[in-house]
Design a protein around this ligand. Structure first.
Ligand code: PLP
Length: 477
């Protein structure tokens, strides 16, 4: 039986706080705060004891799925390895104020400066800005840098090429920056179709934006050839590096010919994300684009850190302060804790975990592109669909076993797509449990499809009416 979702806990007279006695005269307060702002009645707050309020939040936390409960194989956008020590350092520094003067912020500016250098070492880029607050904002900033480059060179460019296996934010960011998106086909191997690519290159091409590895989890093998063709028309190469956990310590975007890249610190370099934030999508560039980076930039002059606002060719500011500080501190801690060998180990584990799952599951589910993958892979529930059950039903059934669903119906080039990313965080036992459950669901589809079609059976909320929810949005109760 489903548990009742919301239980009113307030009981008159219960108290969970101990506030020190008022040490100013109430009369004095009356003088400080104008009469019209003073309450005439106490606020209507829930009255609960401390154990009850803790139980309330713990109960709520178990009603949704999260990485502290079990596997969360939501391809591409998932939370990757996320050590708790990063939260500890970030919360230790949470009280610092963004208006603190530079001389009192040397340590914090030092964190920014070092983090930029670490990201340069990881990607091979010459400089980074930490300002963008999300991967998608990083993409927008990256395209604005492209625009600045072409404007200053007097190039007349209006088009950016994007392959069909790109992440969904890529075409959106390009369109926001005022460029035309021209799609490049994927070939039978799931990579950029070179013939189609060459046919679409003209003098109007400002650049190429590539999610690498792409959303099929495949590394773009013809990257040198692609870079050469784009550079031949003075275009710029942009890499969407949101899922850098596929390459850390193994390959660097700058060595592949990329001129600009963004990283998602809230995916690859820890910081729990979900529900829209917080995030950080730093942008790295090669030498010829450094002058256009957003201002201010962190610099070290005579052993002191400062924020330089005097940058004539900068595209300007893209964040209220210098970025999402807490996210940046977590990334800095993460990189310092793991070191170069640890980072490489992250990627090796991410890749072997994904390949292990892929090989164990490809006999039961159709594998869209049967070749070695990087951090993720895409199955198709096409066989199951012919038996009357689709990818959505399978995703719902997984919830009954305490697993989150994979990303579904994306990328669009795979029918009934289930995009699975186990991440580097999982051990062999967890991967094996997931394999067993996926196989069991495939059996159920054959022998007892009703069980899958009516799932989930064990969650506090079953099937929601998504159309109704979209049309009648009500986010409070
Ligand atoms: C998550 C993701 C993005 C977008 O990042 P946000 O921080 O959610 O804006 C872009 N590209 C890829 C490949 C991603 O996985």
């Amino acid at each position: 039986m489903r548990t009742k979702l919301i239980v009113e806990k307030s009981t008159s007279g219960q108290i969970g706080t101990s506030i020190p006695e008022l040490d100013v005269q109430e009369r004095e307060l009356g003088n400080l705060i104008p009469e019209k702002y003073l309450r005439s009645e106490p606020p209507r707050l829930p009255e609960v004891s401390e154990p009850e309020i803790v139980r309330h939040y713990v109960a709520l936390s178990t009603r949704n799925h999260h990485v502290d409960k079990d596997l969360y194989p939501l391809g591409s956008c998932t939370m990757k390895y996320n050590p708790k020590i990063n939260d500890w350092t970030a919360s230790a520094l949470a009280d610092t104020h963004p208006y603190q003067p530079e001389e009192l912020s040397q340590g914090l500016l030092g964190v920014y400066f070092e983090l930029e250098q670490q990201l340069c070492a990881i990607t091979g880029m010459s400089a980074f800005t930490l300002q963008p607050a999300a991967g998608s904002q990083g993409e927008l900033v990256g395209v604005l840098l492209m625009r600045k480059y072409h404007e200053l060179k007097g190039n007349s460019k209006d088009t950016i090429l994007i392959p069909t296996a790109a992440h969904g934010t890529n075409p959106a960011s390009v369109a926001m920056a005022g460029y035309k998106v021209v799609e490049v086909k994927s070939n039978a191997e799931g990579l950029v179709d070179l013939a189609d690519f060459e046919a679409k290159i003209t003098d109007h091409v400002a650049g190429f934006m590539l999610t690498n590895p792409n959303t099929l989890g495949l590394f773009e093998e013809h990257i040198f050839k692609i870079s050469e063709l784009i550079h031949a028309v003075d275009g710029l190469m942009y890499m969407d590096g949101a899922n850098m956990n596929a390459m850390l310590g193994i390959a660097r975007p700058a060595d592949m010919g990329f001129d600009i890249t963004h990283l998602n610190l809230h995916k690859t370099f820890s910081t729990p994300h979900g529900g829209g934030g917080p995030g950080a999508g730093p942008i790295g560039v090669i030498d010829k684009l450094v002058d256009y980076l957003p201002k201010p930039r962190v610099e070290k002059v005579d052993g002191k850190y400062l924020l330089n606002h005097e940058l004539a060719n900068s595209i300007g500011r893209v964040h209220g302060f210098y970025g999402n500080f807490g996210v940046l501190v977590r990334a800095w801690t993460y990189i310092r804790m793991l070191g170069p060998d640890g980072l490489r180990h992250i990627s090796e584990t991410a890749i072997s975990n994904a390949n292990y799952l892929m090989h164990k599951l490809k006999d039961v589910f159709e594998l869209a592109y049967d070749r070695s993958c990087m951090h993720e892979f895409v199955l198709s529930a096409q066989i199951q669909k012919e038996q009357g059950v689709n990818a959505l039903h399978i995703a719902k059934r997984l919830l009954d076993f305490g697993f989150h669903s994979p990303t579904m119906y994306f990328p669009l080039i795979v029918k009934e797509a289930l995009m699975i990313e186990p991440t580097e965080s999982e051990n062999l036992e967890t991967l094996d449990r997931f394999i067993d459950v996926m196989k069991q669901i495939a059996e159920e589809v054959e022998h007892n499809p009703e069980l899958v079609l009516s799932a989930p059976h064990t969650t506090p909320v079953g099937r929601v009416d998504e159309t109704y929810a979209n049309r009648n949005l009500n986010v409070h109760w």
